[in-house]
Design a protein around this ligand. Structure first.
Ligand code: ADP
Length: 339
């Protein structure tokens, strides 16, 4: 039988949150395993909290007089290359000691920041088209409606901007359906060459308008497990971007090959445009991330296409990425399970 103290020790060790106790002189008197791991503190017994945690603000917080019985304090902890956000809940004890339960809230804070950024980005994207619609209709109502030369121009801008709003809202709805998991995907075996052919067919006019040729180099025997409509949407997105962001008279290739060492097929859209600068390659699939926001908007882009691609492909059990084409250009790819 374990005695009470041993039982308490076991309870403390089995708590996944980091727990530590300091005495009235702010020297550490107890730490559970989660705390020694989080703080990377080996030799802690009797040492000052400042030495152990190495965050002067936290030590200073614990040292404050007239603290409430329960209080909390958030601080950043740098261990190695990563900074963690730690929330400490501190309870005063009768003998002047304090118990702190430390929780790693890095992911929560990151998600909160992403949500704030997302709302700010959406508002920013909607603001311009809405203000054009509102300013132009006001001008029309104030008399410009009867100006034969001016009225059509104002109306044309209203029309273009309301179409832009529709595009943004449709993309946002797609994204939220994907994130909520309510976008139904039906996986089946699809022939890669035939889908690639249909994708090229759907964008022939856009390619011709830029005198750009699109070549499909895919072995007719390759097939993948995918939702065909989703794969079509993904490849249209890649190809449309390739046409959009490369100079006139370019050549774009769609290629596919089995990956060595795993049961996947890589489908790539390769162009000889400006490519994605190294510094942005990790972020290019984020919502609203663009290399050149002004240029993207001018060309009717919403900045959401690639993040929809990423969600769709991940929902199908695949991966996305972008590589370089030498001497210049990008190779946007997806890996999907072999069909
Ligand atoms: P957008 O609506 O702006 O095209 P996307 O999410 O489809 O949004 O793409 C995000 C950004 O990635 C684009 O604004 C552009 O800067 C960059 N990009 C995408 N594809 C290419 C490409 N083939 N070549 C160069 N840049 C590209």
């Amino acid at each position: 039988m374990l005695d009470r103290v041993q039982q308490l020790e076991q309870v403390l060790e089995s708590i996944k949150d980091a727990v530590l106790r300091v005495d009235r002189n702010l020297c550490v008197s107890l730490m559970n395993e989660a705390a020694t791991t989080l703080l990377k503190a080996r030799d802690w017994d009797g040492r000052s909290i400042e030495e152990v945690v190495k965050v002067p603000r936290f030590a200073e917080f614990l040292g404050r007089d007239n603290k409430q019985e329960d209080s909390s304090f958030e601080f950043e902890l740098s261990r190695g290359p990563h900074t963690r956000h730690i929330l400490a809940r501190v309870t005063l004890q009768q003998d002047g000691g304090q118990v702190a339960v430390l929780r790693d809230v890095t992911t929560v804070r990151r998600l909160e920041r992403m949500r704030r950024d997302f709302v700010a980005n959406v508002s920013h994207e909607l603001r311009t088209p809405i203000s054009v619609v509102s300013a132009n209709t006001e001008t029309l109502l104030n008399g410009a409606l009867h100006d034969e030369e001016f009225a059509p121009k104002l109306l044309d801008a209203v029309h273009r901007n309301s179409e832009r709003l529709t595009l943004i809202i449709n993309d946002l709805l797609d994204l939220s359906r994907l994130e909520a998991g309510s976008y139904s995907l039906h996986s089946g075996r699809s022939n890669v060459r035939s889908i690639a052919g249909r994708v090229v067919g759907s964008l022939v006019e856009k390619a011709e308008a830029k005198d750009t040729s699109v070549v499909v180099r895919v072995d007719g025997a390759l097939s993948v497990m995918t939702d065909e409509a989703a794969l079509f949407q993904v490849l249209v997105n890649y190809l449309e971007n390739a046409i959009k962001y490369t100079p006139d008279k370019s050549t774009i290739e769609i290629v596919a090959h089995p990956r060595k060492g795993d049961a996947r097929i890589r489908i790539e859209v390769r162009d000889n445009g400006p490519g994605i600068p190294d510094a942005y390659r990790n972020r290019i699939f984020e919502r609203f991330f663009r290399v050149d926001p002004g240029r993207s908007r001018e060309m009717g882009g919403t900045g959401l296409g690639l993040s929809i691609v990423k969600h769709l492909v991940e929902a199908m059990g695949g991966r996305v990425g972008v590589g370089k084409v030498e001497p210049s250009g990008s190779a946007f790819w997806i890996d999907l399970p072999k069909g």
